[in-house]
Design a binder for this molecule. Sequence first.
Ligand code: HEM
Length: 211
Amino acid sequence: MKMAIMSEVEIVDKVFGFIVGSYETTATTITLTMKYLKQNTEFFNEIMEEQNEISRQMIPRKELCWNDIQKMKKTWNFVNEVLRNTPIVQGVFREAIEDFTYEDFHVPKGWKIYLSFGATQKNGEYIPNPTKFDPSRFEGNEVVPYTSVSFGGGHRMCPGKEFARILILVFLHHVLKKFRWEAKVPLEKNMYPFSLLAIPTDGYPVTLSTL
Ligand code: HEM
């Protein structure tokens, strides 16, 4: 049997894809969520309440289970609002499979189209009050499909979304229950450096204290 062997460049490409596509995205989302939690303190208490209630219901169990994760609705809405405001993946490319015209622009078959998540997710036509940080917009079915697309959309939507959701929520649960933190660089900005991702300029250094 003939074995298909990947070239060194292909191996590097795949490893890089795994690291950026799964690890960096999840880690950066956690970092940004912790940053936004400090900047939007009005939501901190309700998220703490949700996490405390989950801890109460867990007794005598010590480890989180699937049902606990499903109850972290306010926490996940908050994360979604963080990603709407600061889409860590800025956008994706698609290829036109046939000629089409959109708003007077003629796009020939084969052209690459860039979908900007930042522009889509702040479009006031579909997102009411787009500049307001408001996690409650993710309650119920209020967000119009394909207007908040931090994980992409359609056939190529992120297959790691649910896995990322679990990682992020489990991590946040433990951080919130065990620590408080203060930003070491109070007005730190987020920027898109050489990678795809929105990263705080100094890496969001914090001082942690145990509860
Ligand atoms: C917060 C975390 C994450 C975010 C924001 C994110 C975001 C995205 C986005 C925007 C895309 C492009 C979707 C599209 O083209 O419509 C994508 C694709 C992808 N993601 Fe994620 N992702 C995250 C975590 C993960 C994790 C944890 C994994 C794997 C364990 C993963 C694996 C992939 C793969 C394999 C693709 C390519 C899918 C394809 O082209 O068919 N992602 N992700």
